[in-house]
Design a protein around this ligand. Structure first.
Ligand SMILES: [Zn+2]
Ligand SMILES: [Zn+2]
Length: 384
């Protein structure tokens, strides 16, 4: 057991760790605390120096033996034997940046429940950056080439020396601010006259977004390759995320819908036959309650198949849950006596759909078969 274990603790290894374990621990910690990665964190810098010093001692067999025996090293902390270039070459991508794919473009669109129920096509005009057609994305005039950046010599990074305590100098690399890591720079006179060296041009494109019947809140519609395109890379995607505007009358949970229907006390007691709901597609639903089918407060009836359609399978439809509310007569009625207030009129005189109800409960609301997963990707087509 060594006299002192602090340096091992700094690296987070046990005092009998192998050289390989010590090296691995150092790699991992130096990555986390490297000043390049934590430019605004002074403590990270101090910790990095501490780690480097601990590694310097523990990676040197003689120094480690001395430390284990006496708890200190006579010559002071050893600088890391490892060439820092080797370390960072392996862990930081210091090569000039390869062209990166542009990020995917997300558009959140607000859509009414009616439009989700019935389906609707929306037309959009989108702006996208594509490689300049004149210079083919090179940014230069025909024939001229981007020159290697003078500041970094084409490496895309610049080397800096830093002191990590007495006797320890290490080198770090930072992205070249002149060429932004690309390693190449286009001289002003060589710039493409169309894109002015930007390499891309902004174009306008029409997108036709078909929202199929039964689309759900948070569903995504992907237009592959319709996003920005950086030169030398695949174009990114345009992704529409559906944001359902809450409806004033209907609630939706997966494939099921619910709505509140009010009837008078006489209707609840003696029955009625009238249109009570205007559905999301404009149909008027007529409910018939015969005498002897008393509606009780907060009773739930289910109109089977009157819910949302499964956008991925038209055969699957959810149900419509009717939550009955009973309007009791005013107090005056009890004093004056007489007949109960009459039933309410049809909500529409026009054509009506008769619905058959079965009794149910809200416990099953949202559980209708179809088991449509939220956030699925619907296919979409574009018009250009
Ligand atoms: Zn440069
Ligand atoms: Zn150009």
């Amino acid at each position: 057991m060594p006299k002192e274990t602090r340096l091992y603790e700094v690296l987070g290894v046990s005092s009998n760790a192998t050289t390989v374990e010590i090296k691995k621990a150092f790699y991992k910690l130096s990555l986390e605390t490297h000043p390049d990665k934590n430019p605004n964190d002074e403590t990270a810098n101090a910790r990095f120096q501490e780690i480097s010093a601990a590694y310097g001692t523990l990676s040197d067999p003689d120094a480690r033996a001395e430390y284990d025996r006496y708890g200190t090293v006579s010559s002071g902390p050893k600088p890391p034997k490892m060439n820092m270039d080797d370390i960072y070459e392996g862990f930081f991508d210091n090569r000039p940046r390869r062209p990166r794919q542009a990020p995917h473009a997300f558009h959140h669109i607000n859509i009414s429940l009616e439009d989700l129920y019935n389906g609707r096509t929306f037309e959009f005009s989108i702006h996208r950056n594509v490689p300049c057609s004149q210079c083919d994305g090179s940014g230069t005039k025909t024939g001229s080439e981007a020159k290697s950046c003078v500041t970094c010599g084409g490496a895309g990074r610049v080397q800096q020396q830093r002191h990590a305590g007495p006797g320890t100098i290490y080198q770090i690399y930072s992205t070249c601010s002149e060429c932004l890591g690309e390693g190449m720079k286009i001289r002003e006179q060589d710039r493409c006259t169309r894109c002015n060296g930007r390499k891309t041009l902004t174009t306008k494109e029409r997108i036709s977004l078909k929202v199929p019947k039964g689309t759900q809140d948070a569903d995504r519609m992907v237009f592959p390759g319709k996003g920005d395109q950086n030169p030398g890379t695949e174009p990114s995607d345009v992704i529409f995320v559906i944001n359902m505007i809450p409806h004033s009358s209907f609630k939706v949970e997966k494939l099921d819908l619910s709505t509140v229907v009010r009837v008078t006390l006489s209707e609840a007691l003696y029955g009625f036959s009238r249109t009570v709901i205007t559905h999301l597609d404009g149909r008027h639903l007529r409910v018939t309650k015969k005498k002897g089918e008393i509606i009780r407060p907060d009773q739930i009836d289910i109109a089977v198949g009157e819910g949302m359609m499964n956008a991925h399978d038209a055969k699957q439809k959810g149900d419509l849950y009717i939550i009955w509310k009973i309007d009791f007569p005013p107090d005056e009625w009890a004093i004056d006596g007489g007949d109960l207030p009459p039933g309410l009129p049809d909500i529409s005189e026009g054509e009506a759909t008769d619905v058959t109800l079965r009794s149910g409960s809200l416990d099953t609301f949202g559980l209708s078969v179809g088991s449509q997963e939220n956030g699925t990707t619907a296919s979409a087509e574009t018009q250009t």
